[in-house]
Design a protein around this ligand. Structure first.
Ligand code: UD1
Ligand code: UDP
Length: 374
């Protein structure tokens, strides 16, 4: 049984779902979504053409961590009682993953953790994700670590080596699948272009633009204020550059972003994009400014410089390679780093290098090999 609930989990579990479904003689695959996210989850299910077997449909507007944790935990009790899976696979660090792993532990269902072993070693950043992934790691039977760094983090926590496999990150499997579909079909590229044209009033194919996303809880309040002030300063200082921001549906993000950034001609606040147009836009962007985990993994493989609006990251591989830089949710650092990349071609070139530290597109096959051997 695969269980997920949010946009990034769905993107990263979709290729694994299909890979398991392709082995019907070996695995009976059941998909349960919690719908911790509703609209943003459905956007991903639609792109991949996935229909879940079970849908807990638990999102409430403005939900807090208590709401989601309790609803997933009790929801999964019933699901496990009814379906009795031989194993449950969860992903990463969301509350859906934490509470499903706990439910699996209580119900005696072995847990496989996809994207295991990422660590900042700071329970406050990202909050509550660092806690979620540490606790999920505590109960997991199989740890699918994307990189050697994440494998070492798990070994340092005395997890037996035999329970850890380095698989690469399934996000690269998903990205390659979507890019392959886009590259192979001129008609689809035209459709995507029309879709984006309808949302952006400038020529995003030729003009320079920054692609921006942000949603971390630890940035709520002052962090988002600083981010928006930085964007305002940059938009005024670089009137010929565009700033495209698909705004996360969390009301704690929508509120400040919409009120602080309205009325600037070159700042484009749009709804969250479906995964395929988002990837297409990412491919055409000049610089990426984000606090997202998944985008830190995708952008390097497209050769886009990424400025991460966080002080720490659990994804150090691309920082070490020099294509991702941490700038915090700090007005001054965001402005100076973006300005440097816009003004200085050498700085830009040194960060705009395509590389794939997070995977080779074969993570799902490796995960299935491990499951098969059990
Ligand atoms: C969650 C995850 C975070 C992940 C992020 C990806 C936790 C604790 N957080 O954070 O790790 O990086 O998803 O985006 O698990 N909303 C909608 N429609 C949607 C999605 C969200 O309206 O499709 C609004 C709702 O008001 C909802 C709120 O956003 O109550 C917060 O959603 P929630 O999943 O609790 O938190 P995220 O900040 O999205
Ligand atoms: N993404 C998307 N549409 C958007 C913004 C992001 O499809 O408008 C994708 C992005 O490519 C990445 C994932 O969503 O794969 C990241 O999700 P998010 O930032 O919500 O969560 P995180 O990765 O930080 O957990």
């Amino acid at each position: 049984m695969l269980v997920f609930g949010t946009r990034p989990e769905a993107i990263k579990m979709a290729p694994l779902y299909f890979a398991l479904k392709n082995c019907p003689d070996e695995f009976e695959t059941v998909l349960c979504v919690t719908a911790q996210h509703r609209q943003m989850l459905d956007q991903v299910l639609k792109v991949f053409g996935i229909v879940p077997d079970i849908d807990l449909n638990l999102m409430k507007p403005g939900q807090d961590l208590f709401d989601v944790t309790a609803a997933v935990l009790t929801g999964m009790r019933s699901v496990f009682n009814e379906h009795q899976p031989d194993a449950v696979l969860v992903h990463g660090d969301t509350t859906t993953s934490l509470a499903t792993a706990m439910a699996g532990f209580y119900a005696g269902v072995p847990v496989g953790h996809v994207e295991a072993g990422l660590r900042t070693h700071d329970l406050t950043a990202p909050f509550p994700e660092e806690f979620n992934r540490q606790v999920t790691g505590k109960v997991a039977r199989w740890h699918f670590a994307p990189t050697a760094v994440s494998q070492q983090n798990l070994l340092d926590e005395r997890i037996p080596a035999a329970q850890i496999s380095v698989t690469g990150n399934t996000v690269i499997d998903a990205l390659m699948w979507v890019l392959g579909r886009i590259d192979a079909d001129a008609g689809r590229r035209a459709e995507l272009s029309n879709f984006i044209d309808a949302r952006l009033p400038f020529d995003w194919r030729s003009e320079r633009f920054l692609l921006i996303t942000g949603h971390r809880r630890e940035n709520f309040g002052d962090g988002f204020l600083q981010i928006c002030e930085a964007l305002k300063e940059l938009a005024r200082g670089y009137p010929e550059v565009h700033f495209v921001y698909p705004v996360h549906l969390n009301p704690n993000v929508q509120g400040p972003v919409n009120s602080l950034l309205e009325g600037l001609n070159n700042v484009h606040l749009i709804d969250p994009l479906d995964y395929e147009p988002f990837v297409y836009l990412l491919k055409h962007s000049h610089i990426v400014l984000t606090d997202s985990g998944g985008i830190q993994e995708e952008a390097p493989s497209l050769g886009k410089p990424v400025l991460v609006m966080r002080d720490v990251t659990e994804r150090p591989e691309a920082v070490d390679a020099g294509t991702v830089r941490l700038v915090g949710a700090d007005r001054g650092r965001i402005v100076s780093n973006v300005a440097e990349l816009l003004d200085n071609e050498d700085s830009y070139k040194s960060m705009a290098r395509a590389h794939n530290p997070y995977g080779d597109g074969k993570a799902c096959a490796r995960i299935i090999d491990v499951l098969r051997s059990f």
